[in-house]
Design a protein around this ligand. Sequence first.
Ligand code: FAD
Ligand code: DLZ
Ligand code: SF4
Length: 537
Amino acid sequence: MSTSAKSAPIVSALPSSAPGPSVLRFVLGDQLTRTLPTLDGLDPGTDTVLMVEVMEEATYVPHHKQKITLILSAMRHFAEDLRAEGIRVDYVALDDPDNTGSFTGELERAARRHLPDAIVVTEPGEARVLAAMDGWRTRLNVPVEIRPDTRFYCSRADFAAWAGGKASYRMETFYHAMRTRTGLLMEDGAPVGGRWNFDADNRKPWPADRAPPQRLRFAPDATTRAVMALVAARFAGHFGDLDGFTWGVTRADALAALEDFTTGCLPAFGDYQDAMRSGEPFLYHATLSPYLNAGLLTAREVVDRAMAEYRAGRVPLNAIEGFVRQILGWREFVRGVYWLRMPDYADGNALGAERGLPTFYWTGETGMNCLHQAIENTRRHAYAHHINRLMITGNFALLAGIRPAEIEEWYLVVYADAYEWVELPNVHGMALFADGGVMSSKPYAAGGAYIDRMSNYCDGCAYGPKIKTGPKACPFNYLYWAFLIRNADTLSRNQRMAMPYRTLATWDGTRRAALVAEADRFLDGLATGYPAGPGHG
Ligand code: FAD
Ligand code: DLZ
Ligand code: SF4
């Protein structure tokens, strides 16, 4: 035997069963993606995946019962899928008697159980959890690697580079940059169809004789039913119905929902994107955000599937562009703003809004049918589509001057897709203008005429959208003008608000004062706070 053969690299001389370093791979409840960076390089022979159900995550805000059910059931299914691949999963259930109740406590316990050589995680979706993760680096006696979340088109670093030193950012310019970078809906360096944005074609009201599409929903399986029983027992005081739970909880469910949307709804998605209808929460909307945000689907595969339908000639340009804009544009943009501006972003209150949150946000009990419908959708499904969130519950909070922190918590509580990275910019920046224009060039404020045009809500309302003052007047009408009067110092110089301020300038002081007094009387008459009862903590 020659000496050169003996001097082969030492590792290849080791028996193949020699154990490598053992890695504890911690997967959070909104990271249920097989291609998650945490799982990159996983060695089933040495590594363990850790997943933990903890009270802190269910109660840091008291989430809707369906959101907790969705996450816990999806976590349990994801763990089973990994086990079926031969991967060791250490899964701590909520009712484990030793459960400490927090990510940090459970990671410490698991580190003691497994004595890993390293811990690997992917950056989380909330700044409060990232702060905890940073603490793990010093707290645990093991190297902790926090990997960037590659499930987005735009990394945090790339967004920061795009934003440069600007004080404010606009989705539209970001979206153009993302289209150019990805080549999506681009032809010879120009947008397909000669325009970046077909939003003007996406504002059709719902025709009275059009039947809404049948949507694919999912009957709870045994795992979900067990979680529902747990949630009913442990979170009885939380907001929301549990019985109507019909969300998918597995990767297969999420893929089926994607198929249902792209083949059944996407062609008409553009036309009716802004339409609202009593008793019809979903219309042609994707209803995919809970799956995307929990990791059961990735943004790229959703966009790719939608693009395939477009390329096959089954989806018109206004629909595919509108849909791609929501994901490649809005979703990536709000995440970029969140991470760039946190932790200070949440503190702003540019319009000095100080009213408490009306109780009807929790009960849905109000004569204003638009609010009643949006809140009913939310209570029954942990879902309301974008225009309900922005132009009904968001618009009312803006006009009424609800304290940003209170209404932000409401949005984080009530939606199955709510995580702070996506909820906060949408509420604080887009709906409330509480960032003073960091994200939007003007507040999305509207009176009853807009709601009447885009929905049939006013048909079943105690108020009249065309009535401007008096007991039968649509409250959105006088609240709108009172909002403009109250915030004239901040908003009247905004070019995009010039038109309504020109109208206001024609009104004398008595008329303005009467409007403000009517708005204040209405708002002062609303009960505020969580309704008396079992409490929701
Ligand atoms: P579709 O209308 O069919 O849109 C398709 C996809 O585009 C969505 O699944 C979503 O992933 C993405 N998308 C669309 N608009 C936005 C947006 N503005 N920001 C981010 N992604 C977007 N979305 C959340 O995922 N979580 C939230 O907590 C959340 N809170 C919101 C609060 C307010 C006040 C507003 C105005 C919007 C909020 N949104 C939030 C954005 C949007 O309303 C939801 O993403 C959408 O309603 C989800 O339903 P869908 O899947 O049927 O969406
Ligand atoms: C939302 C949620 C809930 C209700 N419960 C858990 C849980 O028990 N375990 C877990 O890993 N994740 C949960 N989540 C999702 C987390 O809140 C989410 O991972 C963080 O907010 C970071 O984005
Ligand atoms: Fe809403 Fe006003 Fe229409 Fe009633 S009349 S549904 S309050 S917009």
